[in-house]
Design a protein around this ligand. Sequence first.
Ligand SMILES: [Zn+2]
Length: 265
Amino acid sequence: MPFENINLIPIYISIGAGVLLVALALWKKALTIPATASAFIILVLAALFTSYTGVVVFSVSFVGAAVIGQIKRDKRKDREQGLYPHQGARGLVQVLCNSLPALTYGAVYFATGRTSFLIASAVTVCAGIADSAASDLGILSDGKVISLLTFKNVERGMSGGVSLLGTFSALLTSITIASITFAVGEVGLKGLWVIALMGFVGTLIDSLLGASVQAGYRCNVCLKLTERKEHCSAPTTLVKGLKFVDNNVVNVVSLFIAGAISLIF
Ligand SMILES: [Zn+2]
């Protein structure tokens, strides 16, 4: 039974790290207050399910996302203007969608002790942070943005578009997270390359789903493409994808898929 040999030390560490992360998130206004509270709970659950690997991988991702969010903040704010439904601090739904796949695979690892599920859990965290690095840095790019589906130029910042800078950021982030996870010592050398590879592939799956099924709208007033249901104080018109598929749905689905593929290895 897994409950008989719970290692309490990583849980204590996660509570300590959680307090620091809460302070950081509130200070930098990176997360809303409900999102901050849930991030704390997620971190402790990750420690319970996936021990040191969970604590380290989640802490590094939270800090990493906050740091990346600070880079050229004003330029990004300017470019994101009117594109997305949520702006500024990350909300509760966004945090939950990014963490649910990791906690699910983590819970299976906790119940079965199979390392492949520990790796799958780390893969989803890695893909999640790599994807936010790709979007947050990619939107700063002045280069070409293409759709992975059609290879045609798309408007910068729209989900499903990939830029060279965004792709490179995702790759670099995946390698970094995989190396840090490996350094914890619980996933082995195979885990290192599976996490690096599938973390990056996860961002590609995200872009593919973003380009195909994610809802995209056009403003009837200024004719700009947007992910908002409302623009220029008027309702927008659906021009692509499915109405109920927003960025959070795409995120959670692509993370689950990336973790599932990693299990094959
Ligand atoms: Zn408009």
